[in-house]
Structure formats: structure tokens, C-alpha cells
Design a protein. Structure first.
Length: 146
């Protein structure tokens, strides 16, 4: 969870963690968030191992743990909105419901995992996301759906 496959890999993980992680950490508290993040990374690695046993590709990065944070955000803040950049001829900023944005992201991970596209731990992303969906409500303080 603490190694990355290059600068873009690290940057993309930190971007998602920055956008979604602070709200989840506020809801859980620092200690529970750290525990949640680390366990999410372990759950993600286990999911990748279950779905791709014997894979010769090394698995590195925080993507599975960050995916757990995305799953937590999905369940803790289902009515929140996120702003995304859509690139056409020029950048266009579009606002989406977080549930739609993250649901689409999860669908893409599933689709790419089923295609068996190499080089990315798609099942770790899904395993982390599922861990976040299931365990965030148990660790969140002041639990209520927004």
C-alpha cells in the first residue's frame, strides 16, 4: 500500500484521497479512519488475490485503500455532489451527484476486471470499494445519511 508504480499512480491516488477522504475522516475521526484505511487496503489485496490467483503481476499502490474511502463516501454522503472535468475541445466542469459518479466508477472497475485488462488491480479496487460500503457505517460517528 505504500509503494506506487510511478508519479501519475501516486498523484491519482492522492487526488481521490484529497477529494473524498477528508469528509470520511471527519465522520470517522482520525484513529478510526486510519484503521479503516489500512483494513480497506488489506481487504482490497485479498479480493485481488481471490479473483486473480497465481497472477505474476506485482500488486502495488494505495488504490485499494483509497477505493475503500470511495465506498465509504458513497454510503456516508449519498446526496453530495462532486465537480469533474470533462475534456472535449476545452475543459468543461460538470457537477454530478457523488452516488452517480462513484457508481459509474465502480461499474468501470467491474467491467474492466471482467475484461481481464492487465496491469491494474481492478478486483482490488472493487474489493476496497465493497469494504468501504460495508464497514464505513459501523465506524462512522454521527451516522446519518446526508
Amino acid at each position: 500500500m505504500f509503494l506506487h508504480g510511478g508519479f501519475f499512480h501516486l498523484l491519482s491516488n492522492m487526488w481521490f484521497l484529497w477529494v473524498f477522504g477528508d469528509n470520511v475522516e471527519d465522520r470517522m475521526g482520525h484513529g478510526r479512519f486510519l484503521l479503516f484505511y489500512l483494513l480497506g487496503g488489506v481487504a482490497a489485496a485479498l479480493a485481488q488475490g481471490v479473483f486473480t490467483p497465481g497472477s505474476p503481476t506485482p500488486m502495488i499502490g494505495a488504490s485499494g485503500a483509497v477505493s475503500a474511502v470511495l465506498g465509504a463516501y458513497y454510503v456516508l454522503f449519498p446526496r453530495a455532489y462532486v465537480v469533474s472535468v470533462v475534456l472535449f475541445i476545452f475543459p468543461l466542469f460538470v457537477t454530478f451527484p457523488a452516488a452517480v459518479y462513484l457508481g459509474y466508477w465502480a461499474f468501470l472497475q467491474l467491467f474492466q476486471g471482467l475484461l481481464g485488462l492487465p496491469g491494474v488491480a481492478w478486483w482490488a479496487h472493487l474489493g476496497g470499494f465493497l469494504f468501504g460500503l460495508l464497514f464505513a457505517p459501523r465506524l462512522a460517528r454521527r451516522w446519518r445519511r446526508w
